[in-house]
Design a protein around this ligand. Structure first.
Ligand code: ADP
Ligand code: MG
Length: 722
């Protein structure tokens, strides 16, 4: 059985027969109702009104909405769509859609395709089954979806079915955000306002809006679909809960950036073709560090669009995999002891003239501005490292953070040597002697010029400045990047406002002098968050402790940061999340943690009782028979090895059975209380270690039992046969 399975996987090649390959530029974005299409399809006046509504947050009148809806419907019908759907991002972390047919009865036995402005602008999905953390119970309000004009509608093809998807926000009738999009949109508005105010204070003219940009680097694993469906832990929980490490892992370092296998290349090509049609600028692809691990990164985009696109990237990775008889694993840690998957989120701010505000500039004014935005971001992380940590907390990501492959749970900022020196000079009030002819001219003094990538990039830092953007590396591969981005936007908005207030308070005529003085005293305060060294070391953990940096190693410990007074006030002040919304999110994340862990416990139990122990018992019986037969033939001395093996197997089976029983008893005890936070903590501290111990015994057994009879695909097969 084993041989055929492995051989089948290895031999199956997905052969694509393309009639012709078309240059990407000819079909990029063809499945989106984007600006170009709108300009083509809409009357001039309607297009203008729509743009106004989009760019100036104006309300769209009924008539305009009707005209847009009609054009959208005609376009969608041409693409073969039969249905439309409001596409939204409930608190599950994935996307949701409810399809309605365009076809509408119009008299006996006849239908006509209809789609009204009202249907475009607002939808009312039955939302009662989405997590709300108690919001709907409190307000007894139903939810509705509202069209997000800033993200283009798109065509979703699924088998032979085609649907027009309209990106929407999901809100309760009392106005509470029930989704991941709404707070992000609010945070973008907040950081834009604060950044524009700051730029004006610094003397900039003609800046009306500032955008936060995101570039997410998505990591994932691919395994043969055969293996996937043979493992309930992968299918139900996304992670293997048992499995011995393969003889070869990633120690030869032969996978990272290695040449991509044919089957995988074809898959990537198909993924990208779909993404290009959706207007997603997929740019880089490569093998990652672990065997069978890969990365895809699109070019950065405005935050809201980048978030929608990342959701579509994750969907596409999964759906195209099925066509290739592969399974895409987006879990943060599908294989214990093998590198996990993260999602580096690159973040920056740019004004509406396209200037990156984190780009060191040529003129004194540019440099002052650069330093202000840089230090505002560092200050934001210093003040709210705990919230940033909480924004990426999940059961799955706990397997990764701090595991010497991903940043630790301690959030710190890497600036590189040169920038650190610049900050030192400012703090000391010294006009630094430039080490070379390149200087950063601040009008009132000069500092060494910042050159891009002047120091080695520090791969271990959770929040690294990489030339003209920050890279937040603690985000998990399966997570929506929406909340982490909303947190960064909000905390930076606050820091920009605080700095602006302090600069104004100086009352100085020379604005640069005032800025300089404020930055000087700020740097002194926020310095503890800066760390350029190796984040993986024990020494750093001790040092971070001395600096009083938060170090929440697990989700139950980290989530509390969302409901501190500090957090509640921050999100309320910037109208990103109200008290009720934030508290409900805290509960949703806690419940998710508990459910994720419970699912794994059940999978582990099933695997132990229904697969592992039966296989071991079978093997045990055969060894026992061999012992008896050999003894009869050759005498007792001849069976030492088999007898020893038999005892080992029996010992492990007993340990596994007892371990499972102990976990079940522990679960019952944890379920007795009503406090969700307490329950999460108990599961984390009492159950999780027992699960790990149980798996050790199963993995030991895997290495003893007859390979032919082992009921689960093994790591070496899943990771190397493809
Ligand atoms: P790495 O070397 O870390 O893989 P890349 O240069 O490939 O980094 O970029 C990674 C991601 O960062 C890409 O999605 C890229 O578009 C994005 N990125 C580049 N510049 C910016 C920026 N100014 N703001 C946000 N993201 C950016
Ligand atoms: Mg990167």
């Amino acid at each position: 059985m084993k041989k055929t399975k492995a051989t089948a996987a290895a031999e199956r090649h997905y052969v694509i027969e393309k009639e012709k390959f078309v240059p990407v530029s000819q079909y990029f974005g063809e499945d989106t109702f984007n600006h170009k299409v709108m300009k083509q399809k809409l009357p001039k006046d309607t297009f203008r009104k729509l743009m106004e509504a989009m760019n100036e947050d104006k309300k769209l009148d009924h008539e305009t909405a009707n005209i847009v809806a009609h054009a959208m419907k005609e376009w969608a019908l041409e693409k073969g769509a039969t249905h439309f759907a409001h596409w939204f991002q409930p608190m599950t972390g994935i996307t949701a859609e409810k399809h309605d047919a365009f076809a509408d009865p119009c008299g006996p036995g006849a239908v006509i395709e209809r789609f009204s402005g009202k249907q475009l602008v607002q939808g009312e999905p039955d939302a009662s089954s989405f997590p709300s953390g108690g919001i709907r119970a409190t307000f007894e309000a139903r939810g509705y979806t509202a069209w997000d004009m800033s993200s283009p509608a798109f065509i979703k093809r699924n088998g032979i079915s085609t649907t027009l998807c309209i990106p929407t926000a999901f809100i309760s009738y009392t106005g509470e955000a029930l989704d991941k999009k709404t707070p992000l949109l609010r945070s973008s508005r907040a950081v834009s306002q604060s950044a524009v105010n700051m730029l004006k204070l610094l003397g900039a003219k003609n800046v009306r809006r500032v955008y936060s940009n995101l570039g997410p680097e998505q990591e994932y694993f691919l395994i043969d679909m055969d293996y996937y469906y043979k493992r309930q832990d992968l299918v139900l929980g996304g992670r293997t809960v048992v499995g011995a490490p393969p003889a070869k892992g990633q120690e030869l370092e032969d996978q990272y950036f290695g040449s991509i296998r044919e089957r995988i290349s074809s898959y990537m090509h198909d993924v990208e073709e779909d993404l290009f049609k959706l207007g997603i600028p997929a740019k880089t692809r490569h093998n990652e560090v672990a065997p069978s691990q890969y990365e895809i990164a699109p070019v950065f985009e405005e935050a809201n669009l980048a978030v929608d696109h990342n959701q579509l990237v994750m969907d596409t990775l999964k759906s195209v995999a099925r066509k290739h008889y592969l399974s895409a694993l987006l879990h943060e840690k599908p294989f214990a002891r093998i590198n996990g998957s993260g999602k580096h989120v690159n973040w920056s701010l740019a004004d509406d003239n396209g200037n990156n505000l984190l780009n060191p500039g040529k003129t004194p004014q540019d440099n002052i501005s650069f330093l202000v935005f840089l230090i505002a971001a560092v200050r934001a992380v210093y003040r709210h490292a705990d919230i940033l940590r909480a924004s990426v907390a999940s059961y799955a990501n706990d397997h990764r953070l701090g595991a010497n492959e991903a940043p630790p749970a301690i959030i710190s900022v890497f600036l590189g040597e040169q920038l650190t020196q610049i900050l030192d000079s400012i703090e000391k009030g010294k006009v630094a002697k430039a080490t070379n002819e390149e200087i950063i001219d601040l009008g009132i003094s000069s500092l060494p010029q910042v050159s891009k990538d002047n120091t080695d990039r520090n791969r271990t830092s959770p929040f690294a400045f990489t030339g003209n953007k920050f890279e937040f590396r603690a985000v998990g591969s399966s997570q929506s990047i929406s909340f982490p981005a909303a947190v960064i936007n909000t905390i930076v908005a606050e820091s920009l406002d605080d700095l602006a207030e302090k600069i104004r308070a100086k009352g100085s005529k020379n604005i640069n002098q005032a800025v300089f003085e404020v930055l000087k005293s700020e740097i002194r305060v926020i310095k503890p968050i800066l760390f350029n060294g190796d984040n993986y070391t024990k020494a750093w953990e001790a040092e971070a402790g001395k600096r009083s940096l938060p170090n929440f190693k697990t989700t139950p410990a980290a989530l509390g940061a969302l409901v501190t007074d500090k957090a509640l006030r921050l999100f309320e002040k910037y109208r990103v999340l109200t008290r009720v919304e934030l508290q409900s999110r805290y509960i949703i994340y806690l419940e998710k943690y508990i459910k994720d862990l419970e699912i794994e416990v059940k999978c582990l139990g099933n695997i132990c009782l229904n697969q592992v122990i039966p296989a071991a018992a079978d093997y045990q019986k055969r060894v026992a028979e061999a012992v008896i037969a050999t003894k009869a033939a050759l005498g007792g001395a001849a069976v030492a090895a088999e007898a020893d093996l038999l005892k080992k197997v029996i010992r492990l089976v007993n340990t596994i059975y007892a371990g499972h029983k102990e976990i079940m008893a522990g679960m019952e005890a944890a379920n007795a209380g009503h406090d969700e936070a307490k329950k999460a903590e108990t599961l984390c501290e009492k159950i999780k270690p027992r699960m790990d111990a149980l798996r050790e015994s199963v993995d030991e057994l895997e290495n003893l039992v007859d390979d032919e009879r082992w009921p689960l695909p093994k790591f070496w097969e899943m990771l190397f046969i493809c």
